[in-house]
Design a binder for this molecule. Sequence first.
Ligand SMILES: [Zn+2]
Length: 168
Amino acid sequence: MILIKSAARSRTVALNFMLPSDLDMRLMRQALAEAEKALCLGEVPVGAVLVCDEVTVAAHNLKEERLDATAHAEMLVLSEASKNLGRWRLGGTLYVTLEPCVMCAGALVQSRVDRLVFGAYDPRGGGCGSIVDLVREPRLNHRMEVLGGVLAEDASSLLGKLFGDLRG
Ligand SMILES: [Zn+2]
């Protein structure tokens, strides 16, 4: 949070400047590497990394392979982290290459994730600002810090490759 004193109107304006840290960039690149693995399998290329205490878990979308609509990258890392840590209340930071859908946004709230960093916005299915904003909904019992658009072009270009292949 940076406070700027406006000379013209002599009032203080609060602006939120949230920039990704070097660590955020490194972990988003790891999530992008997961998304590439999904692309190689013919899955929609979305990858996720969850950093939670001493545990770092990475996964990619496996919806087609598992024939399971819930096998999104985010759901897989949440489950794996819960198994590893022996708890469902996770905290931590989730990195994902695409804005989470409403299912995953709900799961992030349920898992009490502290912070969400995502890549490309999803205007057709995003549950974290694009269509609804479940992760910052004041009527729910948990909210998190959100940073969107991190390495978004890389994430979009992977998605474009899949849909380009399907068309060709
Ligand atoms: Zn999802």
